[in-house]
Design a protein around this ligand. Structure first.
Ligand code: URA
Length: 232
C-alpha cells in the first residue's frame, strides 16, 4: 500500500471490504481521520494519520516479516481445498497481502518465512542472490562418501538442463546429513538425494540465509523477525 492514499481504498484494504461498501460507510459517517468524521471517500490520507472505522482504529502495519515453525501436514499456499495452510496458523489482522518466501512441501517441517514485502522475498528466493537454505535430511539408505562428494559438486536432476549448484553437505550420522543449497528448485532436496540413489524420509529446514529457526518456537508457532534478521 502506497501513501498518500484515498480513504476508501485504505478502508477497503484494511477492513477487507469491497470498495463500494467502504464508500457507502464513509458517506454514512462511519470513518474518522484524526478524530474528525470525514465523508469524502477520496479524502487523501497518510500512513501516520489515525483512522477509525465503526469506532475501531484501523492501523496500517507496514512491512511485516514473520518466521513460522511449520509442522508436517500444512501446505505453503494461500488457500487449499484439501489441506490446512500455513496461513491458518497465523492470527493477523490482514492476511491477504502475505506470501511465503520459499515454500516447503507438505511433509517438510521447519523454518518458513512469511512477509508482505515482495522485494525482500525475491532476495531470499532468487538464485541470483545466492542465499543458502539449510536442511536436516534423514535418508532411507546409508550415505556414502561418494554421494556426499556428488552433492557438493552438483548433481543432475531429472528434467533440468544444468547441474545443481555446489552445495554444502555434512554427514551427521549414517542416515542423516545437513545440506545447504542456494537454489530452490521444485522438490530440490528430495530430487538431489534421488540423483545419488537415495531417498529422503524426513526433511526439516533449519536456516535461510542468516535467519535460524528459533528453538523457543514450538511447531505451529511464529514470531516477527528481529530488525537484525530482516537485514539480508
Ligand atoms: N526440497 C524439497 O525437496 N522439499 C522441501 O520441502 C524443501 C526443499
Amino acid at each position: 500500500m502506497k501513501f498518500p492514499c484515498r480513504l476508501d481504498k485504505f478502508i477497503s484494504h484494511l477492513a477487507e471490504l469491497p470498495r463500494s461498501k467502504a464508500k457507502a460507510g464513509i458517506k454514512s459517517k462511519l470513518a474518522t481521520v484524526n478524530g474528525e468524521i470525514v465523508t469524502a471517500f477520496d479524502y487523501s490520507i497518510n500512513a501516520t494519520d489515525d483512522i477509525t472505522w465503526h469506532g475501531n482504529p484501523l492501523k496500517f502495519l507496514g512491512k511485516r516479516y514473520l518466521m513460522l515453525y511449520k509442522p508436517a501436514g500444512y501446505v505453503c499456499a494461500n488457500s487449499d481445498d484439501m489441506h490446512p495452510t500455513v496461513f491458518d496458523l497465523l492470527d493477523e489482522p490482514i492476511m491477504s497481502d502475505f506470501h511465503v518466501a520459499g515454500r516447503l512441501d507438505i511433509d517438510t517441517t521447519g523454518l518458513v518465512l512469511i512477509t508482505n514485502d515482495g522485494d525482500w522475498s525475491h532476495k531470499i528466493t532468487s538464485p541470483k542472490h545466492n542465499k543458502f537454505k539449510t536442511y536436516l535430511v534423514e535418508t532411507q539408505e546409508p550415505l556414502t562418501d561418494d554421494a556426499l562428494a556428488q552433492l557438493r559438486q552438483g548433481v543432475q536432476l531429472h528434467n533440468e538442463k544444468d547441474l545443481t549448484r555446489p552445495a554444502k553437505a555434512e554427514a551427521l550420522a549414517s542416515y542423516s546429513l545437513r545440506l545447504s543449497i542456494s537454489e530452490g528448485k521444485y522438490h530440490q532436496v528430495k530430487r538431489m538425494l534421488a540423483a545419488v540413489n537415495n531417498k529422503v524420509v524426513e526433511l526439516h529446514r533449519e536456516k535461510i540465509a542468516n535467519i535460524e529457526l528459533d528453538h523457543s518456537l514450538a511447531q505451529g508457532e511464529y514470531r516477527p523477525l528481529t530488525e537484525q534478521e530482516q537485514q539480508l
